[in-house]
Write a protein that binds this ligand. Structure first.
Ligand code: CP
Length: 364
């Protein structure tokens, strides 16, 4: 497996990922996919390492695929669930992370409803001088890097299963449709897909797609900022770290092909791929939509709407899906169009690749 270009200890954001790093992840994931096609789907690459899955927010795909990925690499896993943990007795996030450090964790996979928590834990590990890698498994509205990397792997391995690489998307048009405002998946995908040279067209209602996504790019200081009212809840900001620590390099989105549309048709016109996003009702602090029915009528992905796209268009959705809202139910299950199952399958290989790259330099 390739590791030559890998020097990154933590994976917190794709904002500063280089083309070489994307290609290293893609090629390592292709090797992992080959391992997963064998009769014995397990290699000893991370034997002796401990990976802690610290999920402070619910998850099905990300949590399970990180756990399976770790097991396929022969690592030992520790699984934490906020509701049954000592967070309920007042323990802080950083003290929780330090507890898992004291048990010998070599890597921590962290999901939290607030942007910046994985970064804060990574900074604490660095301050303590310990070689613990932190992976962001989704933080608030900020980023979900492993999701965007598995999306990238799904797309590029469709185009070249033997040699998936970033530049395969250079001349493609990709539409991202729906609740962009609240989506960490969209933000990470904007970084990776525009880095490939693809044309990325965002479409959604004005309440869910502020114009500044196009004017300032995803690097504006406004994104990733959560709702202050959430402070003080279990798993909140009692450690005193600040979301202002999240800094996205504004300049890097410049000169990339990113467009904003409040109507869906221009985004879909001749698109090669369509990524539709879940309406994140849990993150909406006001009534941003007239009704789910009207949303589906105006922005839902249907067979009729796909006629605007290139022949052979494929549809992605990170899941979980609100069937019949973001995408019509029959289309979701139609493997001629839908890549949703492939995305889930890719998730194991890509998360194996990330754990391998971050963990293989560690002495056991
Ligand atoms: N796509 C995604 O992050 O799904 P889960 O919330 O189920 O992990």
């Amino acid at each position: 497996m390739a590791t030559a270009t890998w020097t990154r200890r933590h994976v917190l954001s794709l904002a500063d990922f280089t083309p070489a790093e994307y290609d290293t992840v893609l090629q390592t994931a292709a090797s992992c996919q080959e391992v997963l096609s064998r009769r014995t789907k397990k290699v000893p690459a991370l034997q002796g390492l401990v990976i802690a899955n610290l999920f402070f927010e619910p998850s099905t795909r990300t949590r399970s695929s990180f756990e399976l990925a770790a097991k396929r690499l022969s690592a030992d896993t520790l699984n934490f669930a906020a509701a049954t943990s000592s967070l309920t007795k007042g323990e802080t996030i950083l003290d929780t992370a330090k507890t898992y450090l004291a048990m010998g964790s070599d890597m921590m996979v962290i999901r939290h409803r607030e942007a910046g928590v994985p970064q804060a834990v990574a900074e604490e590990m660095d301050r303590l001088g310990v070689r613990v890698g932190v992976l962001n498994a989704g933080d608030g509205q900020h980023e979900h890097p492993s999701q965007a990397l598995l999306d990238l792997f799904t797309l590029t391995s469709l185009l070249d299963p033997e040699y998936p690489r970033l530049k395969l998307l250079a001349d493609k048009k990709i539409a991202i449709v729906g609740d962009i405002l609240h989506s960490r998946v969209a933000r990470s995908n904007i970084w990776s897909l525009t880095a490939s040279g693809a044309e990325v067209h965002l479409a959604g209602p004005p309440t869910l797609l502020p114009k500044w996504f196009g004017e300032w790019g995803v690097g504006s200081g406004e994104w990733g900022v959560g709702n202050g009212e959430e402070n003080g809840e279990i798993g909140g900001w009692e450690d005193g770290f600040s979301q202002s620590k999240i800094q996205s390099p504004k300049s890097k989105i410049q000169n990339r092909k990113l467009f904003v549309h409040w109507e869906i048709e221009p985004a879909l016109k001749e698109a090669d791929f369509v990524m539709t996003l879940r309406l994140q009702k849990e993150r909406m602090t006001a009534h941003l939509l007239p009704s789910l029915r009207e949303y589906h009528q105006r922005y839902g992905i249907t067979r009729d709407r796909l006629k605007l796209c290139q022949p052979g268009v494929k549809v992605l959705h990170p899941g979980p899906v609100n069937r019949g809202v973001e995408i019509s139910s029959d289309l979701m299950d139609d493997s001629d169009f839908s890549l949703i199952s492939q995305q889930v399958t890719s998730g194991v290989a890509v998360r194996m690749a990330l754990l391998f790259l971050m963990g293989s330099g560690k002495p056991v």
